[in-house]
Ligand binder design. Structure first.
Ligand code: TPP
Ligand code: MG
Length: 597
């Protein structure tokens, strides 16, 4: 029997911790670990991304779609540096992810050696909760154990930096002597519930309200039934932060949909006219979309005390698991009869659906209205579908037009809002749930940034998946459109073509080149058939739609200032002036509600 190297030990220990899949990319700084993964003969599956950043996004998405630890691995120097953005994505969205990075040999460290970066310092911010570079074999056991346990228990990123010669050394358990540590495997999340007195204070605030608004985020994802039960008791409406989109289904009439810049008008109305706010598991950042300070009494539930009362001054801040805390609150809540409030929200919702329908069918200058891409998908989504979105204008349509039903999942890069996450997220979703249909919504800029390369990863692996249903929908508008509109509406600047125009690329043909199915649509009337064809395809599909960049991803209410900016941008001579005016000026002006925000 060959000796157990440090790397063999780490792989075995990670397996004991329940790790079954690692995303990454090799290199000589981490070859010891790859040798051990090979010797482990599939006990832990290795998935090869095209780029380490993508591997880190996949690890983040694995955590999001499974609730388990996500693990990514990269070589020293450039490989480790590439991981950073994906790790920040996990950190900002509170996902447990372990990064394993190689390092130069111990004897060379500090010598300005090739590919030598000070990785402990580099990871210190993103993995500040725990980053270690063990230097002797007897140290690795507790480093693995603490890196995993801290990532899981604090729902954050941790990192292990492994000098390449250490990886090859014979493993030694810690000796029984002073100056050693003796660790073990295992973590069970506690069920955290606030104290009785605090639950009572919260219930008193909620019971006193007449117009209760609930805002749920990713922390409420496992508490959908409890949110619905509390909302029914309080006759409340429920709005959803982007990461909490799948927490409650959209087919409930008093679910007002998304909040914020990508939000809906019913949510906006609810937040500006409620007298009580209950926030559950959300770090939704933009306070201006919450009630005006002092207008509403407020209660928040979050598992992380650090996220409490930072967006709105809460009267009662509860540290607790969202589902368990709502269950504990429910018997203390009185059944309300706020029928007029409920009806108001329901009517606002019905009006809004008509607005969305009109917007999706609004005429465009020859190209496909991008909203329509999502409104045609929404009713065709198969049960159990998983949808991911990239950052860009498609995140607006994902937020507003995609109707999530019970049992579906969806996510995106929320806190970091990074481009380039949708395809790696969709790949990790498919590995985690190979039998479920997975759909990524992606802008053309984000495709060019790095999502295109990950189509090669799909081509490499899709035959292993129980179902081939994996679709990447590209919004080809030849523009970095979200930012073009931000420049117009927020800044009052005309479109800067040098920074905003992007080359036209035949994404569907690229898909075909790498062995996937390509579908191209340049007429909105073909969209329904195209989605059906894509959902029935026998291999993964890239559905490329030639979309109109002149459809504005408008916030729920355009402020007077924003309308002024927009007018100024046009007066400055926006290169798209003709199309923009034809398609949007009316919408923008109709959205300006004097006296609102
Ligand atoms: C890594 C990164 N770089 C830049 C941005 C800023 N940004 C946000 S959306 C966007 C435009 C995205 O363009 P595209 O993918 O074509 O989508 P579109 O808005 O055109 O639909 C940019 C540049 C970002 N969020 N992330
Ligand atoms: Mg674009």
């Amino acid at each position: 029997m060959a000796t157990t190297t440090v790397s063999d030990f780490i792989v075995e220990r990670l397996h004991e911790w329940g790790v079954r899949r690692i995303y990454g990319y090799p290199g000589d700084g981490i070859n010891g670990m790859f040798g051990a993964l090979r010797r482990a003969q599939g006990k832990i599956e290795f998935v090869q991304a095209r780029h380490e950043e993508m591997a880190a996004f996949m690890a983040s998405a694995h955590a999001k779609f499974t609730g388990e630890l996500g693990v990514c691995i990269a070589t020293s120097g450039p490989g480790a540096a590439h991981l950073l953005t994906g790790l920040y994505d996990a950190r900002l969205d509170h996902m447990p992810v372990l990064a394993i990075a190689g390092q130069q040999a111990r004897a060379a460290l500090g010598a300005h050696y090739q590919q030598e970066l000070d990785l402990v310092s580099m990871f210190k911010d993103v993995a500040g909760a725990y980053v270690q570079q063990p230097s002797v074999p007897a140290q690795v056991r507790h480093v693995v154990d603490r890196a995993v346990r801290i990532a899981l228990s604090r729902r954050t990123v941790t990192a292990m930096v492994l000098p390449n010669d250490l990886q090859e050394l014979e493993y030694e358990p810690p000796a029984r002597k002073h100056g050693t540590a003796h660790s073990g495997v295992g973590y069970s999340a506690p069920e955290v519930v606030p104290r009785e007195a605090d639950l009572k204070r919260a219930a008193d605030v909620l019971n006193a309200g007449n117009r209760v608004a609930i805002l749920v985020g990713a922390g409420a994802m496992h508490a959908g039934d409890e949110v619905v039960a509390v909302a029914e008791r309080l006759h409340a409406g429920v709005a959803k932060a982007l990461l909490g989109k799948a927490a409650v289904p959209d087919d409930i009439p008093w679910v007002t949909g998304s909040i914020g810049l990508l939000g809906t008008r019913p949510t906006d109305e609810m937040m500006s006219s409620c007298d009580t706010l209950l926030m559950v598991g959300s770090g939704f950042p933009y306070s201006e979309f919450l009630p005006k300070e002092g207008d509403a009494r407020a209660v928040q539930i979050d598992i992380d005390a650090g996220m409490l009362s930072v967006r709105y001054p809460m009267e009662v801040s509860l540290v607790g698991d969202s589902a368990a805390t709502l269950r504990a609150l429910l018997p203390r809540l009185e059944q309300k009869n706020a029928t007029s409030w409920r009806n108001r929200l329901i009517h606002a919702g019905e009006r809004w659906q008509r607005v969305l329908g009109d917007r999706a069918h609004a005429a465009t200058s020859g190209r496909v209205n991008p909203q329509r891409v999502v409104t045609e998908l929404s009713p065709r989504l198969p049960d159990g579908a998983i949808v991911t979105s990239d950052s860009g204008s498609c995140a607006n349509w994902y937020a507003r037009d995609l109707k999530i039903r019970r049992g579906m999942m969806c996510s995106l890069s929320g806190g970091l809002a990074s481009m380039g996450a949708a395809v790696p997220y969709a790949i990790a979703a498919k590995f985690a749930h190979p039998e479920r249909p997975v759909i990524a919504l992606v802008g053309d800029g984000a495709m060019q940034m790095n999502n295109m390369a990950e189509l090669v990863t799909v081509a490499k692996y899709w035959r292993q998946w129980a179902s081939p249903r994996w679709i990447c929908c590209v919004f080809n508008n030849e523009d970095l459109n979200q930012v073009t509109w931000e420049q117009r509406v927020m800044q009052g600047d005309a479109k800067f073509e040098a920074s905003q125009d992007i080359p036209d690329v035949p994404y569907h043909r690229f898909a075909e080149l790498v062995g996937l199915t390509g579908i191209y649509v340049d007429n909105a009337e073909q969209l329904g058939d195209a989605w059906e064809q894509a959902l029935a395809a026998t291999r993964p599909v890239v559905l490329e739609v030639k979309t109109d960049p002149d459809v504005p991803p408008l916030p729920p209410h355009v402020t007077i200032e924003q309308a002024r900016h927009f007018a100024r941008a046009l007066m400055e001579g926006d290169p798209d002036e003709g199309g923009v005016i034809a398609n949007t000026a009316r919408q923008v002006m109709a959205s300006v509600m004097p006296g609102k925000k």
